[in-house]
Ligand binder design. Structure first.
Ligand code: NAD
Ligand code: MG
Length: 393
C-alpha cells in the first residue's frame, strides 16, 4: 500500500486527487489530509477517506473539526498549525505527498516532503517560483522524486526522454512549447477589461480551478509562473521555453526535438489525468477521465500570445531574467494584487502595475538561503500593500 498525504485537500486539486485515490483503495492509503480552515469540508473528507491524521492550519477550525470527529471518527487524530503541515508531509508511513496548497504558504510543507525524500507531486508551482534553486537542490540531496502535476509540465514530462536530467541538448531537446488557453478574456477588447469582475475572471472557459489560479490564468501570470517552473523542472533556459495559445486546452504542452519531431500530450482538460499519471508513474492508472474523442474535438487552433494583452507574462520573463529573489518578489506581489482584486479592493487592470511597482521598489538579491527568500517575500508584500493603496485610491 502506498501511503499518501494531501496538502491542500479541500481545494480543487485536493478534491480531484481524492477522486482518483478512491478508485484504487487496494493500492493507496490516505495517511493525512491537510488544509487551511475549512473544517466542514475536511470533516466530510475524513468520514469518507478515514485518514490517520487531519490537519487544519487554523487552530479554531481544528478545534471544531476535533470535536465533530470525536464521536464520528475517533481514530482520526486532528493536528493544528503550520508545523503540523510539515509534520504530515514527512511521516515515515507516507510515500507520496500531493503538494496542493495555494501560494507561498505551500513552500515549507512542500520542502519538508522533499527533505524527507518523498515522491513529491507538485501542484504548488509558487514553491518553485519562490525558491527554485534551493528547492531543486533539496530534492537532489535527499533523493526525493519530483513529479509535476501542473498539466503543462506533466505533459512536458511525458514527452521528455527518460534521461532528460542529463541536460536538454544532450538528449536532443530543442524547445519546450507550453500551451495556454488564453483565459476567459482572450477575446475581450482590451478597453473592456477595466471593469471585469472577480466572477468573470474566475469563469475559466476550459478548466475548473481555485480562485487564485483562475485569476492568474486570466492575466496569464499563471503562464509566467509556469515558464519559471519549467526552467527549474527541466533545467531549461528562458529562451528554450516558448508559449503559445491553444484555445481548446486539448494539447497540454509539447517538446520539440533537434530532428524536427514534436511530441505532444493530449487529453480532455481534467486534472485527474496528470494526478493519476504522477501517482502511478511509471505505470498508468484509471483516472475517471473520458477518452479523448478527436472527432468531437474536430480541430486544434494555435495563436501567438498578444503581449500587450498580458503584461503579467512580460513581468514574469523580466523577473526570470533578473534571477535571485526577483521571482519571489514577483510571486508575493502577485498574490497580494490578486487577493485585493478578489476582495474588490483593486481593479483588474491594476494587477500588473502593482506587481511592476513592487518589482521596481524591492531590489532583487541572491536567493541563497530560505531566510533571503522569505525576507524578499515579506518586503514585496509590504511594497505591494502600499502600491495597492495608492493605485486603488
Ligand atoms: P484552491 O484554492 O482550490 O485550494 C487551495 C488549498 O490550499 C485548500 O485546500 C486550502 O485549504 C489550502 N490552503 C490555502 N492556504 C493555506 C495555508 N496557509 N495553510 C494550509 N493550507 C492552505 O487551489 P487549487 O486550484 O487547488 O490550486 C492549488 C495549487 O495547485 C496552486 O498552487 C495552483 O497553482 C496549483 N494548480 C492548480 C490547478 C487546478 O486545476 N486547480 C492546476 C495546476 C496547478
Ligand atoms: Mg497549468
Amino acid at each position: 500500500m502506498i501511503g499518501v498525504t494531501i496538502l491542500g485537500a479541500t481545494g480543487s486539486i485536493g478534491v480531484s486527487t481524492l477522486d482518483v485515490l478512491a478508485r484504487h483503495p487496494d493500492r493507496f492509503r490516505v495517511v493525512a489530509l491537510a488544509a487551511n480552515r475549512r473544517a466542514d469540508r475536511l470533516y466530510e473528507q475524513c468520514l469518507r477517506h478515514r485518514p490517520r491524521y487531519a490537519v487544519l492550519r487554523d487552530p479554531a477550525a481544528a478545534a471544531e473539526l476535533r470535536s465533530r470527529l470525536r464521536s464520528d471518527a475517533p481514530e482520526v487524530e486532528v493536528l493544528e498549525g503550520a508545523a503540523a503541515l510539515e509534520q504530515v508531509a514527512a511521516l515515515p508511513e507516507v510515500d507520496q505527498v500531493m503538494a496542493a496548497i495555494v501560494g507561498a504558504a505551500g513552500l515549507l510543507p512542500t520542502l519538508a516532503a522533499a527533505r524527507a525524500g518523498k515522491r513529491v507531486l507538485l501542484a504548488n508551482k509558487e514553491a518553485l517560483v519562490m525558491s527554485g534553486a534551493l528547492f531543486m537542490e533539496e530534492v537532489r540531496r535527499h533523493g526525493a522524486e519530483l513529479l509535476p502535476i501542473d498539466s503543462e509540465h506533466n505533459a512536458v514530462f511525458q514527452c521528455m526522454p527518460a534521461d532528460f536530467r542529463r541536460g536538454l541538448a544532450p538528449v536532443g531537446v530543442r524547445r519546450i512549447l507550453l500551451t495556454a488557453s488564453g483565459g476567459p478574456f482572450r477575446d475581450t477588447p482590451v478597453d473592456a477589461l477595466e471593469s471585469v469582475t472577480p466572477e468573470q475572471a474566475c469563469a475559466h472557459p476550459n478548466w475548473s480551478m481555485g480562485r487564485k489560479i483562475s485569476v492568474d490564468s486570466a492575466t496569464m501570470m499563471n503562464k509566467g509562473l509556469e515558464v519559471i517552473e519549467a526552467c527549474w523542472l527541466f533545467d531549461a533556459g528562458a529562451d528554450q521555453v516558448e508559449v503559445l495559445i491553444q484555445p481548446q486546452s486539448i494539447i497540454h504542452s509539447m517538446v520539440a526535438y533537434s530532428d524536427g519531431s514534436v511530441l505532444a500530450q493530449l487529453g480532455n482538460p481534467d486534472m485527474r489525468t496528470p494526478i493519476a499519471h504522477a501517482l502511478a508513474w511509471p505505470e498508468r492508472l484509471e483516472s475517471g477521465v473520458d477518452a479523448l474523442d478527436m472527432l468531437r474535438v474536430g480541430q486544434l487552433d494555435f495563436r501567438p500570445v498578444d503581449r500587450t494583452r498580458y503584461p503579467c507574462l512580460e513581468l514574469a520573463y523580466q523577473a526570470l531574467d533578473e534571477g535571485g529573489t526577483a521571482t519571489a518578489i514577483l510571486n508575493a506581489a502577485n498574490e497580494m494584487a490578486v487577493d485585493a482584486f478578489l476582495d474588490r479592493r483593486l481593479g483588474y487592470m491594476r494587477i500588473a502595475p502593482v506587481i511592476a511597482e513592487t518589482m521596481a521598489a524591492v531590489p532583487a538579491r541572491s536567493a541563497g538561503s530560505l531566510d533571503e527568500v522569505f525576507e524578499a517575500d515579506a518586503a514585496a508584500r509590504r511594497a505591494a500593500q502600499a502600491a495597492i493603496r495608492r493605485l486603488a485610491g
